[in-house]
Design a protein around this ligand. Structure first.
Ligand code: SF4
Ligand code: SF4
Length: 389
């Protein structure tokens, strides 16, 4: 049904909701590029829908979706031409803001002295298109860790400072998602603009919510019209349905004390029999932030560099302290990861370290599911209490 629309006022205030069609989305991408943003959004890459450079609507994964299960990810054709009809893929904004490898400095020897070289180029200014509520929540989790605190990272902050967030509310979660439990989705919050996509056979359009002055400004020259209340209701209904479709759940408040009190649960031994300590879960997790530093010099001894690289609490070297690794077993490393993520992270940073995106479940090669692990620890805990009483 063609929604009722009225014409657009001259100035769009924060909180306004407007209607935009696909040609206008093309103009929006153009406007972002003209303002110097590098537009990053969903693209088909390496058999998945991942974030990458988007220069035009044609770069988006029209008509593609994903089917996700523990240890399984498959691309699938959709019955329509939706541009954003998929759940989160392996990459997140972390890949662009807290990059996997960065040179923190270089120094060259001149006249017998080492001189620090200036950074080669200014940090990129990103506009993230199509990001989901869970990913925005993950970015805010990383903000709390990497901006201002003890682990402040100037490279992260420089990238984060000027970025623009164009969310797309999630209407088709994967079977591995549980953002409702973590309070991070499926409706996005803390955006500059948020889109709801309607890819009906006769009409392909978007409801656009304006979340900031920067979002309103970028829409200034884009042909949009005031949205009807019918569009707003449809958007709400789609995200409500997406929330109800999620089958995985986790009690995030209970997990804090449960993990703190179950350091010796027999479930840690059971999960360690399956876990490969590969670190995949930490690589795809949009909140994991651990890094290591590597120094190198060239063969002439004239130039030295320091690189910061992602590391993982699953690597043996990560907990190496003089004389050996503190966490030498797979059991201790899995326990560290899960307990930090869902419990001690709250003590350190005031929020959970998990946003319920489900990536660690999809991309774990043996399909370990943290929601099932927490449930199993709860079950073992209850059984132990019954025995004691
Ligand atoms: S722990 Fe898993 S579900 Fe939670 S944010 Fe990280 S990848 Fe997503
Ligand atoms: S839980 Fe899965 S992804 Fe994470 S280290 Fe173990 S095997 Fe790898």
């Amino acid at each position: 049904m063609q929604p009722e629309i009225s014409s657009r006022p001259e100035q769009l205030p924060k909180g306004a909701e407007v209607r935009m069609d696909v040609p206008a989305l093309e103009l929006l991408i153009e406007a972002l590029r003209e303002r110097g943003y590098r537009v990053v959004g969903p693209v088909l890459r390496d058999g998945a829908i991942a974030y990458g450079p988007v220069n035009k609507v044609g770069d988006l994964p029209a008509g593609w979706t994903s089917e996700q299960n523990p240890a399984s990810y498959r691309l699938k054709r959709r019955p329509d031409n939706a541009l954003f009809g998929y759940a989160t893929g392996p990459k997140s904004m972390k890949d662009f803001l807290h990059v996997s490898e960065i040179r923190t400095f270089a120094a060259e020897k001149t006249d017998g002295l080492f001189w620090i070289l200036p950074a080669s180029e200014p940090p990129p200014r990103y506009a993230f298109l199509g990001v989901r509520g869970c990913d925005i929540a993950a970015m805010l989790v990383q903000d709390r860790v990497l901006i201002g605190g003890q682990a402040a990272d100037p490279f992260y902050e420089a990238r984060r400072r000027n970025c623009l967030i164009i969310a797309v509310h999630c209407t088709e979660p994967a079977s591995t998602c549980f953002c409702v439990s973590m309070g991070t989705g499926p409706r996005a919050r803390n955006f500059d603009l948020a889109l709801t996509e309607f890819a009906d056979s006769d009409l392909h359009e978007f409801l656009v919510e304006i979340g900031s002055e920067a979002g309103a400004e970028i829409l200034e020259r884009i042909p949009v019209t005031i949205a009807s209340t019918e569009m707003t209701s449809r958007s709400r209904a789609l995200t409500d349905r997406a929330g109800q479709a999620m089958t995985r759940h986790l009690d995030k408040d209970r997990a804090v004390s449960l993990l703190r009190e179950n350091f010796d649960s027999p479930q840690w031994d059971r999960v360690a029999e399956r876990c490969l300590a590969c670190g995949n879960c930490t690589m795809v997790c949009p909140t994991c932030f651990c890094v290591t530093f590597e120094d190198s010099t060239d063969i002439s001894g004239q130039r030295a560099e320091r690189w910061r690289k992602w590391d993982s609490c699953y690597s043996l070297a990560f907990s190496y302290i003089h004389g050996g690794s503190v966490r030498s077993s797979t059991k201790s490393r899995y326990r560290q990861w899960l307990t930090h993520k869902l419990s001690s992270w709250v003590d350190q940073f005031g929020s959970s370290g998990c946003v319920g995106c489900g990536r660690c479940i999809t991309w774990c090669p043996v399909g370990i599911d943290l929601t099932e692990e927490v449930a199993a620890i709860e079950k073992a805990n209850s059984a132990a209490r019954k025995e004691d009483s």
